[in-house]
Design a binder for this molecule. Structure first.
Ligand code: B12
Ligand code: SF4
Ligand code: SF4
Length: 378
């Protein structure tokens, strides 16, 4: 497990400011980023993002963003971010491997009898926080040698940047038909983030990889969300339905969610590039951190308030949603389990304080794996 670097270990001010070419500065930045713990680092220029920005606008025009308003507002958010920044020139694109092998038979984290599956990216600690902490260290270190006018902004997920496109341009990998950025070294299991800066750096070349004739992800997607090459309809994606979607899960999609309680990894797991995975080195994604692969649905129904939910999942990405959305998802997974043991929890959900949970419990129907179970049992 890699030791987390600290500000204390950073180079001292005794170190001389670098006087040299953009190429030497670029190399030094890359070396520093690797020392801070980033598995992949590449450089692109602001003007190289135009293709990715157009793709987002076009995608939103087709309504494929569903209710994700922050993507509908992309153009305005981008303008405001870069106007405020002023002289942005280069983008340092960083990749962090988050792959953890599925635990075979761990105790006490084995699969509970009524369990919901958590996508790999959310099993450890919240990646936004973990990556932002390392960005802070990296920016501090860069400011020692990058010159007195150095200016940088940290971007993890929420800034108006097409992160996959930026990573493709910076040579970290290529965008597959699943829409994921596939790294030749780590497959699809890379978190992406960027440091936007006013430094003149030497850009890398875009990655040349392709999917070829493969279409495994499109065939494996349970809901048909990958209906076009390199583009998804987010309204159908289980990651969207379990995290971003606000109402009850529409019939027809509910059943396809299966046991997925938070996010979905199907299109990533079937990808041939997934075989390139290596266990992550950041302790934040280690097996002793976060919530792990399975959540006990019975325990979820014991959470009576948002405050209790926040306390239970503090520091994890599960706080991207609140208690009511988590219990909505749990109702869907319970119903999909088709198990008689699910009934008491669905009955409890019918009188939950949240209208969303009550509504979802009413809408779901237990699958009839057990011939004795009838809809009226609810
Ligand atoms: C909104 C969003 C979602 C939405 C929509 C996803 C989507 N495919 O658009 C939902 C909620 C469904 C989602 C799901 C997931 N997400 Co998400 N998401 C984002 C977010 C915030 C914005 C993405 C966006 O703008 N989408 C709009 C589309 C149009 O843009 P795009 O996918 O970025 O790129 C398109 C174009 O640029 C163009 N393109 C780019 N390069 C190239 C090259 C060529 C040759 C071509 C033809 C096209 C092309 O095609 C791409 C696909 O349409 C980003 C962070 C960010 N700021 O970028 C994270 C991000 C994309 N998500 C991420 C992750 C981890 C996930 C999940 C794996 C989580 C999970 N397990 O449940 C799933 C993966 C599902 C999937 N197959 O994409 C990572 C992806 C890392 C990686 N290695 O790819 C990101 C980058 C977050 C991060 N900081 O690491 N996500
Ligand atoms: S994350 Fe799941 S639902 Fe979404 S596109 Fe991939 S396989 Fe389909
Ligand atoms: S599964 Fe095949 S088509 Fe899909 S992203 Fe991976 S290589 Fe590309």
């Amino acid at each position: 497990m890699q030791k987390e670097p600290s500000l204390k270990n950073s180079p001292t001010m005794k170190e001389q400011p670098l006087i040299g070419s953009a190429s030497a500065l670029t190399q030094r930045i890359k070396k520093t980023a690797r020392a801070v713990g980033f598995d992949r680092v590449g450089i692109t220029r602001l003007e190289n993002l135009a293709g990715g920005e157009r793709a987002i606008l076009d995608w939103v025009r087709q309504g494929r963003n569903g209710a994700m308003k922050y993507l509908a507002d992309f153009r305005e958010r981008r303008r405001s971010f870069f106007d405020k920044f002023g002289d942005a020139k280069s983008i340092i694109v960083l990749g962090v491997n988050y792959y953890q092998p599925s635990q075979k038979n761990p105790r006490p984290r084995s699969r509970p009898p009524l369990a919901g599956h958590i996508a790999r990216y959310a099993r450890g600690l919240d990646y936004h926080e973990a990556i932002a902490r390392r960005h802070k260290i990296l920016i501090e270190r860069l400011s020692v040698f990058a010159g007195k006018d150095f200016h940088a902004e940290s971007c993890v997920d929420s800034r108006p940047l097409p992160e996959r496109y930026a990573a493709f341009q910076a040579g970290l990998g290529f965008v597959g038909k699943s829409t994921a950025l596939l790294s030749p070294s780590f497959g699809p299991w890379l978190f992406l983030s960027e440091i936007v800066t006013n430094l003149e750096l030497v850009p890398d070349s875009p990655d040349k990889g392709t999917c070829g004739s493969c279409s495994r992800c499109q065939k494996a997607c349970p809901t048909g969300a990958l209906d076009r090459d390199y583009q998804m309809d987010a309204r159908l994606c289980i990651a969207y339905l379990t995290i971003e979607h606000k109402g009850t899960v529409p019939p027809g999609l509910r059943e396809k969610i299966g046991d997925r309680l938070f996010g979905c990894d199907e299109c990533l797991s079937v990808c041939p590039y997934a075989n390139r995975s290596k266990p992550a080195s950041w302790k934040e994604w280690g097996p002793s951190q976060g919530c792990g692969e399975w959540l006990d649905l019975k325990k979820l129904f014991g959470i009576s308030s948002n405050a209790q939910y926040e306390k239970m999942f503090s520091g994890t990405a599960l706080l991207r949603i609140d208690r009511k959305k988590m219990l909505r998802n749990a109702c869907v997974v319970l119903a999909n389990s088709g198990k008689r043991a699910a009934l008491p929890y669905l009955k409890k959900a019918l009188s939950d304080p949240s209208p969303l949970v009550r509504e979802q419990a009413r809408e779901v129907r237990l699958k009839t794996q057990d011939p004795g179970l009838k809809t009226q049992d609810l």
